[in-house]
Ligand binder design. Structure first.
Ligand code: TRP
Length: 448
C-alpha cells in the first residue's frame, strides 16, 4: 500500500490544476447567465472588484491552511485547534465541508452529463444521424442517468490515478485545449451579424446599476462558487503544493485566470445571444425575460449552431467539448476532497476508495435525477448559497484566529523571504481576521 503523499511536480502543473478546478460550469454557464440577469456590464465590473476584494483573500486562507498542514481539510482543522471543543468543532466543520463537496459534485455531474450528451448529439448531427441526435438532447430520465454515470466514471478514473499522473497530467492536457477552443469560438461568434450589440451590453456599464445590492450579493456568491471556495478543494490542492512556491502570487494567478476565463465566456455567450436573436431565434421568454439558466446554453446556443449548417455542427462539437473538459477538471477537484480525507484517515487503497465514494455520489445524482423538480434546486441552494460562504468563514477564522501569526508568517516566508515587506502581509492577516468574515456573513444574511 502506497501511503506517500502526492505532490504537484511543478508550479505550472499546480496553477493549471487549481485553475482547472476554478474554471468550470460556474464560469462558462453561471457567469454569463448572471451577467445577463444583473444588468450586463455593471455586473462584470462589480464581479471583478469582488473577486479580488473578497474571493482572493478567502482563497489565500484556504491555500495557506492546506500548505501549512500538508493534510486534508478534516485533519487540518482538527490539528490546528488547541482545545478539545475546538477539535470537535474543527472535525465537524471539516466533515461538513466534505459532505458539501460531495453534494456539489452530485448535481454538477448531472449538468456536466448534459454537456457530454450535447457533445455526442452534435457528432451524430454532423454525420446525418438526426433521429439518434435528437434523443441525446431530449430531456429524459434515461438519458440523464446514462450521461451522469458516464461523467462520474470519467471523474473517478482520473482521481484514482492520484495527484501527478491524474490531476496534474490531465489538467495540463485539458486546460490549454480549453483556452484554444474558446478563442476559436469567440472569433467565430464575433464575426456574425448582431454580435456588436451584444458586445456593447457586455462592456459598457450602466452607472445606475453599480450600487444595486442584489447585484453585489449575486456577484459575491458567484465569486465563491467560481473559485471553488469553502469545501476544502483549494485546501487540498494547496497541501500538494511545494513549500518553495510563493503563495500570494500563485493565488493571484489562479484568481486572474478564473476571472479571465469568465470574462472570455461572457465575450462568447453574450454576443452569441444577440447573434441568435438576429437570426430569428427566440431569446426572450413570453414574459419578456431573457432565457436564462439551462435555457441559455441548452436552447439558444444549439439553435444558433443548427441555423448555420455544417459549420454550425462543427462549432457545436467544439463548444460542448469545451464545456465537458471544463467540467471534468472541476469535478475531479470535488471528488479529491472526500478521497483525500478517507485515504489519509484509513490508509486504505486510493483506487478502492475512489470508486466507493464515486459510486455513492453517483447514487445521490441518480436520486436527484429521479426527483428532479424537488431536489435539484434544493441541493444547489443548500450547498452553494448557504454552506459554501459559511465554510469560507470557518477558513478565515482558522487562519485569522486559530493559527498563530508567527506560524502564518513562517509559512508564507518559505516561498518568499521578503513577504514581510509586501503590501500583502500588511493587509491580508487583519483582513481575513475581521473584514472578510464580516462581509461573508453579510452575504448569507442577505440571502435569507
Ligand atoms: N469552480 C467550479 C466552477 O466554476 C466548480 C467547483 C469545483 C466547485 N470545485 C468546487 C464549486 C468546490 C464549489 C466547491 O464550475
Amino acid at each position: 500500500m502506497n501511503t506517500k503523499r502526492g505532490q504537484f511536480s511543478s508550479r505550472f502543473g499546480f496553477i493549471l490544476a487549481a485553475t482547472g478546478s476554478a474554471v468550470g460550469l460556474g464560469n462558462i454557464w453561471g457567469f454569463p447567465t448572471q451577467t445577463t440577469e444583473n444588468g450586463g456590464a455593471a455586473f462584470v465590473f462589480v464581479y471583478a472588484i469582488l473577486a479580488f476584494l473578497l474571493a482572493y483573500p478567502a482563497l489565500m486562507a484556504e491555500l495557506t491552511l492546506g500548505r501549512y498542514s500538508g493534510q486534508n481539510i478534516v485533519t487540518t482543522f482538527q490539528d490546528l485547534a488547541r482545545t478539545r471543543i475546538g477539535r470537535i468543532f474543527g472535525g465537524a466543520a471539516g466533515y461538513y465541508g466534505v459532505l458539501v463537496a460531495c453534494l456539489i459534485l452530485s448535481f454538477y455531474t448531472i449538468v456536466a452529463g448534459w454537456m457530454l450528451a450535447y457533445f455526442c448529439s452534435s457528432f451524430l448531427t454532423l454525420f446525418g444521424m438526426n433521429e439518434a441526435a435528437a434523443w441525446f438532447v431530449e430531456d429524459g430520465i434515461l438519458r440523464n442517468l446514462v450521461f451522469s454515470s458516464l461523467f462520474a466514471i470519467l471523474t473517478m478514473t482520473i482521481i484514482a490515478r492520484g495527484v501527478e499522473n491524474g490531476i496534474e497530467k490531465w489538467s495540463i492536457r485539458l486546460m490549454p485545449s480549453l483556452i484554444l477552443l474558446f478563442v476559436v469560438l469567440i472569433i467565430y461568434v464575433l464575426t456574425q451579424d448582431g454580435a456588436i450589440e451584444g458586445l456593447k451590453q457586455y462592456l459598457l456599464p450602466n452607472p445606475k446599476q453599480l450600487g444595486n445590492p442584489d447585484l453585489i450579493i449575486s456577484a459575491m456568491g458567484q465569486a465563491f462558487f467560481s473559485l471553488s471556495l469553502g469545501v476544502g478543494t483549494m485546501l487540498i490542492y494547496g497541501s500538494y503544493l511545494s513549500k518553495r512556491e510563493d503563495l500570494p502570487s500563485v493565488g493571484a494567478a489562479v484568481t486572474l485566470v478564473d476571472l479571465g476565463v469568465a470574462f472570455l465566456a461572457g465575450l462568447l455567450i453574450i454576443p452569441a445571444i444577440f447573434v441568435a436573436q438576429n437570426s430569428g431565434i427566440q431569446v426572450y421568454s413570453d414574459s419578456g425575460e431573457l432565457v436564462a439558466g439551462p435555457g441559455l446554453i441548452l436552447q439558444v446556443l444549439p439553435a444558433l449552431f443548427a441555423s448555420t449548417g455544417v459549420l454550425g455542427a462543427v462549432v457545436s462539437i467544439l463548444f460542448f467539448a469545451l464545456m465537458s473538459i471544463a467540467s471534468l477538471t472541476s469535478s475531479i477537484s470535488m471528488l479529491e476532497v472526500a478521497v483525500s480525507v478517507t485515504v489519509e484517515k484509513t490508509q486504505r487503497s486510493r483506487l478502492k476508495l475512489t470508486f466507493i465514494i464515486g459510486a455513492l455520489i453517483l447514487g445521490v445524482s441518480w436520486l436527484i435525477v429521479l426527483n428532479f423538480e424537488r431536489l435539484f434546486g434544493f441541493v444547489i441552494n443548500l450547498t452553494t448559497v448557504y454552506s459554501q460562504p459559511l465554510l469560507g468563514v470557518v477558513m478565515c477564522i482558522f487562519v485569522g484566529w486559530v493559527m498563530y501569526r508567527h506560524k502564518l508568517l513562517q509559512e508564507l516566508k518559505l516561498g518568499n523571504e521578503e513577504v514581510e515587506k509586501t503590501m500583502f502581509w500588511k493587509v491580508w492577516p487583519v483582513y481575513v481576521r475581521f473584514i472578510c468574515p464580516a462581509l461573508i456573513l453579510l452575504v448569507v444574511y442577505n440571502s435569507f
